[in-house]
Write a protein that binds this ligand. Sequence first.
Ligand SMILES: *Cc1c(COP(=O)(O)O)cnc(C)c1O
Length: 381
Amino acid sequence: MRGKKKIIRLSKSCLSTLEKVSVKKVLDKEFLGMGPEVQKFEKELSRFFKRDVVCFNSGTAALHVALQSAEVGLKDEVLVPSLTYIASLQAISAAGAKPVICDIDDESLQISLDSVKKNITKKTKAIMPVHFSGSVGNIHQIYAFAKKKRLRVIEDAAHAFGSKYKNKKIGSIGDVTCFSFDGIKNITTGEGGCLVTKDTKIIKIAKDIRLLGVSNDTNNRYSGHRSWVSDVYRQGWRYHMSDINASIGRIQLKRFNYFSKKRKFLCKHYDKIFSKHPLIHTFNRDYNQEVPHIYVIRIKNLKKRSHLRSDLLINNIQTGIHYQPGYKYTKFKRSKKLFPNTEKIYKELLTLPLHPDLSVSDIKFICKKINEALENLQLFK
Ligand SMILES: *Cc1c(COP(=O)(O)O)cnc(C)c1O
């Protein structure tokens, strides 16, 4: 029997003593800024992606700088899906551009190519696909379309660290790919993020922008110095990563193989249990390619999601909502008529606990409690 007090968390950081030892080493050095740990972490990530990497203090910062480095700014429009974290939208508006929210495909939950075609204008400068839950959906079609229209593609791959398309890692293909290392992502640095690209011009500009625009300061920082006298050519931000954060990330990267296997294993288990349920739709995912970041189900005709969520919470099961559609925020409001697919499904989506410290018995317990809760017909009225 499960103890009454243990909450099954929706998501969490998974830290071993290795991360703690690593952080302590940095603290003992009494140099906490951007230095050798960030340099090493970037090198290790570069080996992982086989491309250059620039680290930041958040995934949002990585997206913002990716756009700015790709010269997306004032008067430009960026196409972005409805079902994403507010960070994608705010990064676009931080760059001075306008996020044009598009509808999603109701099975992949990714930006819909049809909607992209409907929303493109002369001002469209880039597409920001979001690899929702870690799956990459129709990414090849988005790239083919972007190529035809000469658009840049800035991938929000915050959910997709380690995911692959046709056996190639996301980040090792494509234009500019941004990852997040916040506390609950597939690997964490506490807070952090990175951009990956083969575009050497973007790498160079992004390195300056993250250090307040100070030109060529990165290499000085790595050797424990800084540029006291230098020039500034562009708007910059204080977005660099610190050695404390990088020291956590370096260990997490070493443990990623385990995290990845565990996440896939747990999702397959959920899929298997729910496969027979008449009301629960599990999205058709290929865990040979995708490293799942969140586990989302669709409950057909569900009307009272908040009741269901409180029923589960009484049983110590946390759940989440990914996401409130972007066009519902006052700042980014668009008519819901433009989003038939999102409107059709978003109220029926529910995110269940997923993190590497979950066990099979946790999964069984969660599924059992969901099955019991769904017997209440009031949830569908
Ligand atoms: C986490 C996340 C981000 C932003 O990353 P932060 O590191 O939290 O700034 C962007 N987009 C999506 C879809 C995310 O889940």
